[in-house]
Write a protein that binds this ligand. Sequence first.
Ligand SMILES: [Zn+2]
Length: 142
Amino acid sequence: MPMQHHPAPILDEHWQGYELARDDTFRYVWIWQGSNIRLIALWIDGPDYAYEHGWCYPRDLELVARAVAEWDPDTQDEPMGWHKRPTHPVRQAPRRDENPEYNRPRCEHGSYYQDNGCRVLNCRDVNAYQDRARTAPEGTKA
Ligand SMILES: [Zn+2]
């Protein structure tokens, strides 16, 4: 089943947030989280007290709604527009091979760091990537 987008967000009483969409596996709900909005992926057939994936956005509901509306979770690992991924591991789309450009690795701050680096100083994903590049034997560099 492809992503089902709701014409109007559905209140989630437990999380005190709103469900924007769902697919076969997850419900996608936004919640207030400190100075951010967090988009969370809740298992449809799983426990309701924990979420599997989360992405932090600025407090801009339009931005979050648009990011979810434009996201194809079947072929795209993660949505766009967030600035922090508080969960691990990174979500993998079931048909991610169809969109390798989109699904290039992103750091925990949402940057395609292998091409563009990251705006956050000492980003640990960038540091780990540079360490690997330094220590990898010739010919095996990613
Ligand atoms: Zn980063």
